[in-house]
Design a protein around this ligand. Structure first.
Ligand code: DX5
Ligand code: ZN
Length: 218
């Protein structure tokens, strides 16, 4: 199953409601929300207040990607704001097991996100806890960056770890996904594809989402 998660980081924030409705009618499976704190990543974006506003408009689940440290303190606010999935960076919390369990206790699906250079061994003790692994294919902080090809090997290795353990965990790939490279990421084993600039830079969101989906399953 191929699922497309447009990242609103590249949307027109002055028309955010319209933008969300447009990607949803264009076939988006999730609305990806990038939360940045100017500390864990060198950029600032949005907080629970905007997530709550997005939740009022969206009909698809909000896929909230937290790039914030510390993180535990803010999890209840994002859950209350309407997050469907909350992904926490392994590098952003000293107590990853606790953070992931906290997300579950709050009633959300939970993801663990890994920066491009983070050793994959961190997954071995948490894979059974999560619904998805978010493989960063850029260094987080900004939209519109180029896909780091080594992420494909990481996706393959994680896919193998998941399958070897027979777990129902999905792999989401985030960063630099375009119609030209989505197939390689799908073949490596990803099933959820975040796309920010690739979607919002085109005039017809429905057409590009369809192209992404077609190319991923080709
Ligand atoms: C990067 C974010 C991504 C990014 C995706 O820190 O987590 O979600 O905005 O944007 P593109 O698809 O433009 O790389
Ligand atoms: Zn993201």
């Amino acid at each position: 199953m191929i699922q497309i998660a447009p990242s609103i980081l590249s949307a027109d924030f002055s028309r955010l409601g319209e933008e969300i409705r447009a990607v949803e009618s264009g076939g988006a499976d999730y609305i990806h929300v990038d939360v940045m704190d100017g500390h864990f990543v060198p950029n600032l974006t949005i907080g629970p207040l905007v997530v709550e506003a997005v939740a009022r408009v969206a009909t698809k689940p909000l896929d909230v990607h937290l790039m914030i440290s510390p993180v535990d303190l803010y999890l209840p606010a994002f859950a209350k704001a309407g997050a469907g999935i909350i992904s926490v960076h392994a590098e952003a919390t000293l107590h990853l097991d606790r953070s992931l369990n906290l997300v579950k206790e709050l009633g959300c699906r939970v993801g663990v996100a890994l920066n491009p250079a983070t050793p994959l061994c961190v997954l071995s003790s948490v894979l059974h806890l999560v619904d998805l692994v978010v493989v960063m294919s850029v260094n987080p902080g900004f939209g519109g960056q180029s896909f780091i090809p080594h992420a494909l090997h990481r996706i393959q290795t994680i896919r193998r770890m998941i399958d070897d353990r027979g777990l129902p965990v999905q792999i989401e790939v985030d960063g630099g996904i375009k119609p030209e490279n989505i197939r390689a990421a799908a073949q490596a084993g990803a099933t959820i594809f975040v796309a920010g600039s690739a979607v919002f830079s085109r005039p017809d969101y429905g057409a590009v989402i369809q192209t992404l989906r077609d190319n991923a399953s080709a």
